[in-house]
Design a protein around this ligand. Structure first.
Ligand code: ATP
Ligand code: MG
Length: 436
């Protein structure tokens, strides 16, 4: 679990803002659900034989409830969708979420126990047009934030009948190879042979070579859906490969399944930046109506490792240095007036030599320093532009406005009505403020 310090948060905020923008452009609206849900929700939806449920969940009992700190966002969102009867309110719902998830797995670069996901869920449209659009949303975001080379792996898991036929075909393949499988896979063989395809264990990998492809057992409706999707992805120019070995680590998927992998970043087996797919049975299995759904989740840490490192934390607009005895009081008021005009202002009250104070302000990355020395007696302050390295004196009375102008701050900052007797209070928002 990581601390994310303010210097790093700048990049997080840029990524989160880009995600929100791309999701909102496709009509998605944010949903916020609890971080803790009933354990049974994840057991049933994510699946009893998945790694997440078998080994990774942070579960506990409190006040007679079996609870789990969410390992993923889809099940909780679907629970909320059913609980608040969204299907009766609107035929199609588009939701996005952003927040921490928790899985007790072995940590590595790009694999943590608390990590952040941003995801979208689309309820009420069976696709495949919506499947193509939601995949394209991810690609548009990745291009925008500068993720290097990436490729979308797509597969279809079919629906009810197809899954049963495929299970039989997989069993026929793996049963003669049972002894060569990992312990997990031997145990899961009869319960859920599909899970073996998702294993990263080299023994399972080897045994899976030559396993039948699900694409060969799709029924007509599943095949039409799959081919429709590929046609739409072609039309959008999405960089994809059809990958029949893709199964993913959660049980709830039906039909469309996808993962976006980066080729550029050195993330090893943590190169999957996004996972998603259709889960047409979940809403019904939670007691809701028969509503199809599709969604995806992006891993924000892995995305940040794949993004160019450009964003920098901006320093304050002005650092105020009170030197004279009167400087502190005037400085407090000036800082407040600057902030009212939208300038990030910091007051450095630690004292010391002017040279030291200037050096500290420069280290903070400030654009300007305002020095309140003996010139305050004359009703002026010294302003030093730290980038241009020029200094001049301006009247204290109009200092806030002059500095805000120099920093190019917007003129119309809403603020409370003028206080009588406050010489530096500008007029109402939007009004031209000439020198007094
Ligand atoms: P992986 O196969 O890499 O373990 P997953 O299939 O378990 O991924 P999902 O549950 O589909 O992952 O989650 C979607 C995305 O969330 C992943 O593609 C990845 O970017 C990110 N993610 C998943 N688990 C972690 C983790 N422990 N730490 C950081 N990011 C993670
Ligand atoms: Mg995983």
């Amino acid at each position: 679990m990581n601390d994310i310090l303010p210097d790093e948060v700048v990049r997080w905020q840029r990524l989160e803002a880009a995600f929100r923008r791309h999701a909102e452009l496709q009509g998605y609206a944010e949903v916020r659900t609890p971080i803790i849900e009933q354990t049974a929700l994840f057991r049933r939806q994510v699946g009893e034989t998945t790694d997440i449920v078998e080994k990774e969940m942070y579960s506990f009992e409190r006040h007679g409830d079996d609870l789990t700190v969410r390992p993923e966002g889809t099940a909780g969102a679907a629970r909320a969708y059913v609980e608040h009867q969204l299907a009766a309110k609107e035929p199609v719902s588009r939701w996005y979420y952003l927040g921490p998830m928790f899985r007790g797995e072995r940590p590595a670069k790009g694999r943590y126990r608390q990590f952040y996901q941003a995801g979208c869920e689309l309820y009420g449209d069976a696709g495949p047009l919506s499947d193509a659009e939601i995949i394209d949303l991810v690609c548009g975001l990745f291009r925008d934030i500068g993720v290097g080379e990436f490729v979308v792996h797509v597969n279809s898991l079919g629906s009810g009948g197809t899954r049963d036929r495929y299970r039989d075909a997989l069993l026929a393949h793996f049963e003669p190879r049972k002894d060569k499988l990992s312990d997990d896979s031997q145990r899961r063989l009869f319960k859920n042979p599909l899970r073996i395809l998702d294993s990263k264990d080299p023994r399972d990998r080897e045994a899976a070579a030559g396993a039948p492809s699900i694409l060969d057992v799709l029924d007509d409706a599943d095949r039409a859906h799959w081919q429709g999707l590929l046609g739409y992805l072609d039309a959008l120019g999405v960089p994809y490969v059809a990958d029949p070995s893709l199964v993913r680590g959660l049980d709830y998927y039906t039909r469309t399944l996808f993962e976006v992998k980066t080729k550029a970043a050195d993330l090893g087996s943590q190169n999957t930046l996004c996972g998603g797919g259709r889960y047409d049975n979940m809403i019904k299995s939670l007691g809701g109506p028969d509503v199809p759904a599709i969604g995806f989740a992006l891993g924000l840490e892995r995305l940040l490792l794949s993004m160019p490192d450009t964003a920098r934390k901006a320093g304050p607009g002005a650092v105020i240095l009170p030197l004279a005895p009167e400087g502190a009081k005037k400085g407090l008021v000036l800082a407040r007036d600057l902030r009212a005009l939208g300038v990030v202002a910091e007051l450095d009250g630690r004292g010391g030599k002017l040279k030291t104070m200037l050096a500290r302000a420069e280290k903070r990355g400030a654009a300007m320093c305002v020095i309140l020395g003996e010139e305050v007696q004359r009703g002026t302050v010294a302003v030093k532009d730290l980038a241009a390295r020029v200094q001049d004196e301006i009247p204290l009375e109009s200092a806030a406005r002059i500095i805000a102008d120099r920093l190019g701050q917007p003129r119309a900052v809403p603020r409370p009505p003028a206080q009588p007797g406050d010489p530096q209070t500008p007029g109402p928002a939007g009004e031209a403020r000439g020198p007094r």
